[in-house]
Ligand binder design. Structure first.
Ligand code: ADP
Length: 583
């Protein structure tokens, strides 16, 4: 990692520096060489002009001496030609032996009266020269400067420049390496920080103080890490609080994932299963109760709350299971131990049943003896009146004990219902036959309105009991309406039956409590009409035992309607209706 960032940066720097050095070296050298050559050329021209002046003006020295002196002074080869190009004197060769120079380019220009220059290899000496010629009266003079000198000077310059470039390159490279290392170190700290955060260490910081882009990025990353750490800490705290809360609960709680594996369980749950819950293991390895597993699966699949009663989780104990879907998938199940509640409830029920049972015989005896006494007393008077009161109250107590016994039996589940598929129309007809005469005797019309044709699962005797209680109430409390309507209609999960009266109705605040035992809207009226306050409670428990529901609707001065719903029959009605005994 270290090498990669560092060497990449260094390589990039080196390429840039090299390109800059080469470009600079090349352009400076070219410019330098050009200016050097121009300088030498100008210099030579000046010397040539001076040489021409000397040849014109010096009448003292012979031409050969002048040529020799000028050649030495200029550091060049000096030549003088006449107007035809014949060499009159030369500093380095025998003039008479030299060929005609009239056609040499520099002399062509000079003999025309201009200053001429040319660069070429000398035929006489065989090395490259820079020739500059200037006109004189009756001829021309020329200075020839060997190019090897210029080349030597240029090479020197080139060497110097190259050395300078190399030094500059090395220096720049060292600086680039330092810059690359600094940047690489800063980037390495960011990479290290990212690694720490990825491993869950949210306290990691880069702590960059620089204000450049890397510094700004590091600052933003530090800020993000700080926020993450704070959020995570808050999350941990609330998670711990939740854990403590769940662990302090009496109820057992277990969370199950979509894959039916245990995600979490509280301490009560761990205490409940002897092998303790194993996280990430399939739930069936922890809890084997089929009802519990069904509730969890239903909550997982349908994403709705599902309830069940688990009887085989711990031998001899009953648990109420509520499984609710979790927002992210999976579900959470809460198990409430109902054993103690059920035991207390059973004790209560048993007590009531026992008391009712014990009261039955003495009450029958009181009733019997009262009736015997009434039969034997002929005269009217207080004795008969008192005996009547005793008989009436004994009858009331007897009804009460009978109702209490019936309720206890249905509530405890001891009563075995004979549930069969039956058509709603038949149940309604039976009710009509049984109560029509009684209603008529009170001036009330009993009518049936049946539109449900699907069979329901019901115990006929229990249905008789429900209709008896509801119609009895309708006659007692809603008879003023003059009409009672019985009926059935298809409902969402079965068939809904109803008993409707057109009496004074029930104030809405009483409706939710109507099915509680001993709940009466008008106590005096109920007692006076021989009510026990248990009729609706018995009806409710019978309907619940059938897997149905019961409710009441009422509008003041317009009457009340009692509805109860029964589940549809899963099998067809077998017995022909006509062969059934009439109740
Ligand atoms: P009870 O033996 O008193 O009739 P129920 O449990 O059958 O006991 O009914 C509870 C109470 O509900 C009654 O006391 C009465 O006040 C009220 N009630 C029941 N049915 C009707 C009705 N059809 N119209 C008005 N009130 C009713």
């Amino acid at each position: 990692m270290r090498n990669r960032i560092f060497f990449k940066l260094l390589l990039a720097f080196a390429v840039v520096i090299a390109a800059a050095t080469v470009t600079l070296d090349f352009s400076i050298r070219r410019a330098w060489e050009r200016s050097l050559r121009t300088e030498i050329e100008r210099n030579l021209q000046q010397k040539t002009v001076l040489f021409a002046n000397r040849v014109q003006s010096d009448r003292v020295h012979p031409l050969a001496d002048i040529v020799g002196q000028e050649a030495q002074a200029a550091g060049a080869r000096a030549t003088v030609v006449d107007a035809k190009g014949n060499v009159l004197a030369d500093s380095e060769a025998q003039a008479s032996a030299m060929e005609n120079h009239a056609l040499r380019p520099e002399f062509v220009a000079a003999l025309r009266g201009e200053i001429g220059s040319n660069m070429r290899e000398s035929r006489t000496v065989g090395v490259p020269f820079l020739y500059v010629a200037a006109p004189i009266p009756g001829g021309a003079v020329r200075l020839a400067y060997p190019l090897s000198d210029i080349e030597a000077a240029t090479a020197q310059v080139r060497r110097t420049l190259l050395l300078a470039s190399a030094v500059a390159f090395c220096l720049a490279l060292v600086l680039a390496a330092i810059a690359a290392e600094t940047t690489a170190r800063r980037l390495r700290r960011i990479v290290q920080f990212a690694g720490q955060v990825a491993e869950g260490d949210l306290s990691a910081r880069i702590a960059e103080t620089s204000g450049d882009e890397i510094g700004k990025m590091a600052g933003s990353l530090d800020k993000t890490a700080r926020q993450l750490e704070a959020n995570f800490a808050a999350l941990q705290t609330s998670r711990r609080q939740l854990e403590t809360l769940l662990n302090s609960m009496q109820d057992a709680v277990i969370a199950v994932g979509e894959d039916d594996r245990v995600q979490w369980a509280n301490q009560s749950m761990n205490r409940l299963v002897p092998q303790r819950t194993r996280l990430s293991a399939p739930i069936v390895e922890t809890v084997r109760d089929p009802d519990f597993l069904r509730a969890v699966r239903t909550a997982n699949e349908t994403r709705t709350v599902s309830t069940a009663r688990a009887l085989s989780l711990v031998p001899g104990r009953t648990f109420d299971v509520t499984a609710a879907p979790l927002p992210g998938g999976g579900s959470v199940a809460v198990l409430r131990d109902l054993t103690e509640t059920e035991r207390v409830e059973k004790t209560r029920r048993d007590f009531i049943a026992n008391v009712s049972h014990e009261l039955r015989t003495p009450l029958t005896s009181i009733q019997g003896y009262t009736e015997t006494l009434l039969d034997s007393i002929s005269e009217d008077g207080h004795t008969r009146e008192f005996l009547e009161i005793i008989r009436k109250n004994a009858m009331r107590m007897s009804r009460l004990t009978e109702d209490l016994l019936a309720l206890a039996r249905v509530e405890s589940g001891e009563h075995r219902f004979d549930i069969q598929p039956v058509l709603p129309g038949e149940l309604l007809q039976e009710a009509l036959l049984n109560f029509r005469e009684r209603a008529r005797s009170q001036g009330i019309e009993l009518q049936v309105e049946n539109i449900a044709s699907q069979a329901v699962n019901a115990d006929r005797e229990a249905m008789y009991q429900i209709f008896s209680n509801l119609i009895d109430n309708a006659l007692k409390y809603g008879g003023t309406g003059g009409k009672i309507l019985l009926g059935s209609r298809p409902a969402e999960h079965g068939v809904e039956f109803f008993v409707r009266d057109f009496g004074p109705g029930i104030p809405s605040e009483h409706l939710p409590r109507l099915f509680e035992r001993f709940y009466r809207v008008d106590k005096a009226r109920s007692r006076e009409s021989g009510g026990t306050g248990l009729g609706l409670a018995i009806a409710k428990h019978i309907v619940l035992a059938h897997g149905g529901t019961i409710r009441a609707e009422s509008e003041l001065n317009h009457g009340s309607t009692f509805y109860f719903q029964l589940p549809l029959a899963t099998e067809p009605v077998l017995e022909p209706a006509a062969s059934r005994p009439q109740v």
